[in-house]
Design a protein around this ligand. Structure first.
Ligand SMILES: [Zn+2]
Length: 167
């Protein structure tokens, strides 16, 4: 059973040290607190803990669980942490293009057109991505957003060309 502690009666500046003291002994902990404690959650994340927040009536419960992932250790994160070179085909002219696996855009040396690359990584959907990527998380998510908007700007013109029947 995970121990539950209620820190609402404690002075605010004593809470964090108390919680970490407990965590060192117990490994895992449920904490009852008035509202989402952002500085505490940040400290917990920095130490690699998983934190789940549950609203329960007039208070929230933090479920603090032991770190289970070493940042960057997942194969999906390695394309971002340790980019490697790969060869992709230019969608415009079919020429080979070298790209780093963490790059989202490049220019084809053969035809000079801009090419949007795929980032094929589980960080797009993995619930532990934030923990796994650590400091890189924000940056990567922004990159993925850019990728999405770049893609949405590509219009398949074939849809708008009416094929005229040749008689
Ligand atoms: Zn090309």
């Amino acid at each position: 059973m995970v121990e539950v502690i209620d820190v609402r009666g404690l002075e605010r500046d004593k809470r964090i040290s108390y919680i970490f003291e407990k965590l060192e002994k117990e490994g895992e902990l449920d904490v009852i607190i008035e509202t989402e404690p952002k500085p505490l959650i940040k400290k917990l994340h920095d130490r690699g803990y998983l934190v789940k927040l549950k609203e329960e009536g007039d208070h929230v419960k933090l479920e603090i669980r032991e770190p289970k992932i070493i940042p960057g250790s997942c194969p999906g994160a390695s394309t971002i942490f340790r980019p490697s070179l790969e060869i992709v085909k230019c969608p415009h002219c079919g020429a080979d293009i070298e790209r780093w696996t963490d790059e989202i855009k490049g220019v084809c040396e053969n035809c000079g057109k801009e090419v949007i690359f795929e980032i094929d990584s589980c960080v797009q959907w993995c619930e532990y991505a934030k923990k796994c990527l650590g400091d890189k998380y924000e940056e990567v998510m922004q990159t993925l957003e850019e990728l999405k908007s770049a893609k949405s700007k590509i219009v398949d013109v074939r849809k708008y060309i009416k094929m005229e029947e040749v008689k």
